[in-house]
Design a protein around this ligand. Structure first.
Ligand code: FEC
Length: 360
């Protein structure tokens, strides 16, 4: 599934190999001379069932091992059916990983291999770490495909990676990217999509349009413990609104879980209803908390939120997802290259290459 990406510096062309890079031959430990020059990209994402049969184990994993009730399971299966039976998240994640690796390889002049691991379904993050360790990379960067940091998201991915790394002392230090919620290229990419989506609204609706920046809700108790997530979401929204010159905008949360806990709000559907009462003419949903098309975008926004908007008399549009678009791939490549640069800088400052994993 993973492909090794290699750049031949003499030819100056980025190429993709179909086989895993052979392990280094020196056997001298983590970072000794003679090791290969391979950069590993540990790309971590939520994961999605590949068929309706996989929905139950996937949902059970999300619920920390507690199987869903038959009603909850059927409700989730029905949502997948409503978006065509399957979420495109798996294919998009794989393409993002492959393209970032190709771009980084081209800019760095070193071979780069992506190792994709999912939080809630196979191949799990631990599987990706195992494959990464076997490839004997010289450097490794850990990238979670979620822009804002939360103990309920990015921290869980990194924890899964760290636990797996403890079983692989032969693996190099993994340098994690904690968040990119305020990266200028990320903000600019979203702002362009907001501008084009607003421009696509019927002229008589554009004037009274409100942009709603959305992110996945998280349990309120996590927020109460001082989680940076709501601040990150607000910052992304404010920066995108400013870059796109949008005057009327809100932040809302979506896709709250079916649990007993209160969840971070306001919910996007409540905000849409409120805007309807306030006389808005249209809403543009911009999911700043997600970087790909998947169930929460294709169902919770495109079907559920759209229906609520139409019932409230509002036109509805949603900004296109970043997916594997060139502008977003450049952002991810920048992040990885920055992290590798930081790694070299830190190593020089310490007088040695860093061992072990980093804090956040
Ligand atoms: O396309 C797909 O098949 C997968 C879409 C998907 C993404 C996603 C992202 C986030 N989640 C976050 C937090 C939670 C918490 C719970 C929770 C539950 C679900 C369920 C499904 C699901 N999530 Fe998710 N999430 C996606 C899918 N999520 C399906 C289960 C049914 C439901 O509640 O709707 C509650 C866990 C519990 O019960 O204890 C918490 C956060 C993100 C955004 C960051 C990230 O991508 O990691 C936060 C995509």
């Amino acid at each position: 599934m993973d492909e090794a990406v290699n750049r031949n510096p003499k030819a100056g062309v980025a190429g993709v190999r179909g086989t895993a890079r052979p392990a280094a031959q020196d056997g001298t430990g983590r970072d000794g001379p003679g090791r290969g020059d391979l950069v590993a990209l540990l790309v971590m994402a939520y994961g999605t069932p590949q068929s309706l049969d996989e929905v139950e184990p996937y949902y059970t994993h999300i619920r920390h091992g507690r199987p869903p009730t038959p009603e909850l399971l059927q409700e989730l299966i029905d949502r997948y059916k409503a978006i065509g039976g399957k979420s495109p998240l798996h294919e998009i994640t794989e393409e993002q990983a492959r393209r970032v690796a190709t771009t980084v390889a081209g800019r760095l002049g070193r071979p780069v291999e992506p190792f994709v691991g999912y939080l809630h379904i196979a191949p799990f993050i631990a599987d990706a770490v195992e494959r990464m360790a076997a490839a004997r990379p010289r450097d490794a960067v850990g990238l979670v495909l979620a822009p804002q940091y939360s103990a309920a998201s990015v921290a869980l991915y990194q924890q899964a990676a760290r636990e797996a790394l403890e079983r692989h002392p032969e693996a190099p230090a993994v340098h994690f990217i904690d968040h990119f919620h305020n990266h200028p290229g990320f903000v600019a990419a979203l702002a362009r999509r907001v501008e084009s989506t607003l421009a696509g609204l019927p002229a008589d609706r554009r004037e009274g349009a409100v942009v709603i920046f959305t992110a996945h809700s998280i349990p309120q108790p996590v927020v109460d413990r001082g989680d940076p997530y709501p601040r990150h979401v607000e910052e992304t929204a404010a920066k995108v609104a400013a870059a796109a010159g949008v005057g009327r905008w809100r932040v809302a949360y979506q896709s709250a879980g079916r649990t007993a806990d209160p969840w971070l709000g306001p919910d996007v559907t409540d905000v849409i209803r409120q805007l309807g009462r306030e006389g808005a003419r249209a809403v543009v949903a911009c999911p700043v908390g997600f970087v790909a098309d998947h169930l929460e975008v294709l169902y919770d926004l495109d079907i559920e939120a759209r229906q609520v908007a139409e019932e409230a008399g509002l036109a509805f549009a949603r900004t296109p997802s970043l997916n594997a678009d060139a502008d977003f791939i450049e952002v991810l490549a920048d992040l990885v290259l920055d992290r590798l640069g930081a790694t070299r800088h830190e190593a020089a400052a310490a007088g040695a290459r860093p061992e072990g994993q980093e804090g956040q």
